[in-house]
Design a protein around this ligand. Structure first.
Ligand code: GLA
Length: 401
């Protein structure tokens, strides 16, 4: 078995599974293999669509796509993780929605955005699988979109679209086709993640700055098992409330508003609190980046704790199960790190940064102290910061013999 480079583990079981399934379905080997990671956000929640700052990292869990060309303008897609579900549609900039949406609409919407940029794109066969937990707030859909875009771009022979442009296309697919008014964080983290680093993103300029994670710290993600889709959640409502807060303060975006300006804007209590979360969260992201650079894990922990409280009290996007998870972890971690809800909210995961030595105690505290409203234990993922989305010629990565 050969891997083409160290940061492209194409020998991973999922990579082999998509290539084998492709061979079985189409009778030939795929020509392209692409991979894109999910993400976890260390701090900076709901700041991205306010032109603000976020500090996510790409995790070492990926969606994989094996791809090959077709000459009939059709897309044939097989999703191994969706009980081998299939889709077939004509590649175009305006594909129809699939009744019921789901993963098929992500594929259709994402490729539609790419066709607008690369009109010469022809049809393709796709086999998709991954190990990014779905519905957990770890951006499995952004990782699917980036893996598709990297695969299709490579098939189309394009080398001009960079990670930022691809991330924008993936975001547009969500906004225009899937119907979630999400920001750019998930897609850009998946596109430009760097192993061993978090990524400070300025969501206005799209400038990214890798920040090394401190040695000896572990990244623990605990899934509450409370699932809530972004589209039908209050996500879009939060976005409208933020726009109202910015407009009330006479600014284009909350990025440009200070706390004093917000206080003077005469907003109703709820709109004010929504705005206050964003304004203070932006400050926390900048402070957290500094703390991370200085290896000041204690300060980072304080900021994570404050971020969680702000999401709970001002932005009102946590749920009791997630508050409990964060509190359990924070109790074990004390001042040696921090824990907070991560992602869009209303369920999903808590992220904790803690000394490696405390991991067993943290896991034990969750086992003993946490049950979801349905009585299930938390799911725990120990992750590392991995590299961003890539595509390569499948031949170089295929198992020999
Ligand atoms: C979801 C969205 C992101 C971001 C987060 C909250 O993950 O897709 O754009 O807004 O929620 O920080």
């Amino acid at each position: 078995m050969t891997t083409s480079s160290i940061d492209f583990p194409s020998s991973a079981p999922t990579a082999l599974a998509v290539q084998r399934a492709y061979l079985e379905r189409h009778g030939v080997a795929p020509t392209v293999l692409a991979r894109a990671p999910g993400r976890v956000n260390l701090i900076g929640e709901h700041t991205d669509y306010n032109d603000g700052f976020v500090l996510p990292l790409a995790i070492d869990r990926d969606t994989w796509v094996a791809a090959g060309p077709r000459d009939d303008g059709q897309v044939d897609a097989l999703a191994l993780d969706e009980q081998q579900a299939e889709d077939r549609f004509a590649l175009s900039a305006t594909p129809p929605h699939f009744p019921g949406g789901g993963w098929r609409d992500h594929v259709r919407g994402t490729l539609a955005q790419l066709v607008e940029e690369l009109p010469s794109l022809s049809g393709m066969n796709l086999v998709i699988a991954g190990d990014v937990p779905m519905g957990a707030g770890l951006s499995s859909s952004a990782s699917l979109a980036l893996a598709l875009l990297r695969a299709a771009q490579r098939l189309g022979g394009d080398a001009t679209l960079d990670g930022k442009r691809l991330a924008r296309l993936a975001q547009q697919a969500e906004n225009r086709f899937v119907g979630c008014q999400c920001g750019i964080m998930d897609q850009l983290a998946s596109a430009e993640g760097r192993a061993g680093h978090a990524l400070l993103i300025d969501c206005r300029s799209l400038d990214t700055e890798p920040v090394p994670l401190p040695a000896g710290t572990a990244l623990l993600i605990a899934h509450s098992r409370v699932r809530r889709g972004l589209v039908d959640s209050a996500y879009n409502e939060r976005r409208r409330q933020c726009e109202a807060a910015a407009a009330g303060a006479g600014a284009k975006a909350l990025r440009d508003v200070t706390l004093a300006q917000l206080e003077a804007a005469g907003l109703d209590d709820k709109t004010f609190r929504r705005g206050r979360h964003i304004v203070t969260e932006n400050e926390r992201v900048i402070a957290a980046t500094r703390a991370l650079r200085e290896g000041d894990v204690r300060r980072l922990g304080e900021l994570m704790k404050a971020s969680h409280a702000s999401m709970r009290d001002d932005f009102e996007i946590t749920v009791p199960a997630v508050d409990q998870l964060a509190a359990l972890l924070q109790d074990v971690i004390g001042e040696a790190g921090g824990a907070r809800m991560t992602g869009g909210g209303f369920g999903g995961c808590v992220v904790a940064l803690l000394p490696q030595a405390l991991v067993p105690a943290a896991v034990k505290a969750l086992e003993d102290g946490y049950r979801s409203p349905e009585g299930e234990p938390a799911l725990v993922y120990l992750c590392e910061a991995g590299p961003g989305a890539r595509a390569e010629a499948a031949a170089a990565a295929t198992v020999a013999g």
